[in-house]
Design a protein around this ligand. Structure first.
Ligand code: KG4
Ligand code: ZN
Length: 358
């Protein structure tokens, strides 16, 4: 089975051709970083226009790189939400047009489902259901119990900022570049984490929700208390190290609670999977590795190219859905409407910030 996937929900225009054996025949990811950098963040209108400009060429190039004809495809899938709506519309309409022209089923994939199942995009040693997912990106910070395609239970989410967003804002505050995550991580390497006493919001509280806005404000206050003038390199390094250590402690504490909750409902947790752009952070990975080792649960981190936004995870999620329920049941039909908000677990209690963007 071969599926074409399209991803356009944030600032990456991406297409991929994937097989049901877990092989990525071809994939292309076009980052819009240069377009958004002058604004210090993603501008929805700029993103939508950039997707529109590149998507046709990108799909064509990816199909020829894969050596696949449209008539060999089982289905065409696109991110149907949640995300920046202008971009989602571009991807959905492109996929629908291909589906009509080629008489193929169209499948709309929840972007979060793409992230949730990306750890299974493996030819061998595929992680088994159920597992615990920590999704940490620029738009999300969620703990999910992944029980099978279409079966997700949200155990916790952020009540304010997503962690990637907090990394980006910290970087901006300290005059580091965009995106902030990699810049904060690089600066933190030379820093002393204990110099500034930064808070660990929600640590020790019951439940699995997150909050990062207080931590971000504490970094701002610490920065403002420094002597006037441009920041010294040492100050930046120490603040970044302190922020990163606090974020790691909070993630580990909330995830430990989620593991307890998970094990109340399942005999075993097959893996702790981390996904999303922040999962690329080595210090955070080490912190979670320590927790996973303590709990004797394998930590699974997909390669960075599958952690950040990509289309292979969208094609793969469609393959999982077709495999679980058959092509007919997985098809969404051309009346599907792009969804700016689309919770993976509609029964979860709403939090102040439950995934406005991807
Ligand atoms: O998953 P992603 O590519 O896009 C979204 O769906 O948001 O995640 C992007 C986010 C950005 O906030 C970026 O600063 C953060 O992931 N990020 C990192 C690192 N690399 C990317 N955060 C911390 N450390 C990193 N090395
Ligand atoms: Zn994402």
């Amino acid at each position: 089975m071969i599926v074409l996937g399209i991803e356009t929900s944030c600032d990456e225009t991406a297409a991929a051709v994937v097989t049901d054996t877990g092989e990525i025949l071809a994939e292309t990811v076009l980052s819009q970083l240069d377009e958004h950098r002058p604004y210090g963040g993603v501008v929805p209108e700029v993103a939508a226009r950039a997707h529109l400009e590149h998507i046709d060429r990108l799909v064509g190039e990816t199909m020829s790189k894969a050596g696949t004809g449209f008539d060999q495809l089982e289905a065409v899938a696109a991110t149907g939400g949640p995300g920046l709506i202008g971009g989602v519309i571009v991807g959905v309409m492109t996929a629908k047009a291909i589906a009509v022209a080629q008489k193929l089923p169209f499948i709309a994939i929840n972007h979060l489902e793409g992230h949730a199942l990306s750890a299974r995009l493996e030819a061998t040693n595929r992680v088994e259901f159920p597992y615990l997912l920590l999704l940490v990106s620029g738009g999300h910070c969620q703990l999910l119990s992944v029980e099978g395609p279409g079966h997700y239970k949200r155990l916790g989410t952020t009540i304010d900022d997503a962690l990637g967003e907090a990394f980006d804002k910290t970087a901006k505050m300290l005059g580091l570049g965009y995106p902030g995550g990699p810049a904060v991580e690089a600066a933190a390497k030379h820093g002393e984490a204990s110099r500034f006493a930064l808070p660990r919001p929600m640590k020790g509280r019951p439940g699995c929700d997150f909050s990062f806005s207080g931590l971000k404000t504490a970094v701002r206050h610490a920065a403002m208390a420094l002597p006037e003038g441009p920041f010294e390199e040492r100050d930046i390094a120490d603040l970044c190290a302190g922020f990163q250590a606090a974020a790691g402690d909070v993630l580990a504490d909330r995830t430990a609670h989620a593991i307890d909750r998970f094990l109340q409902e399942h005999d075993k947790c097959n893996a702790l999977v981390i996904a999303g752009g922040v999962a690329a952070n080595q210090s955070i990975r080490q912190r979670l590795q320590k927790l996973a080792d303590k709990q004797a649960i394998p930590l699974v981190a997909p390669p960075a190219s599958l952690c950040t936004d990509n289309a292979a995870m969208i094609a793969w999620a469609a393959i999982e859905r077709i495999t679980a329920s058959g092509p007919g049941a997985a098809e969404d039909g051309l009346d599907f409407r792009p969804r700016p908000r689309w919770p993976l677990d509609p029964d979860a209690p709403s939090a102040a910030f439950a995934g406005a963007k991807a």
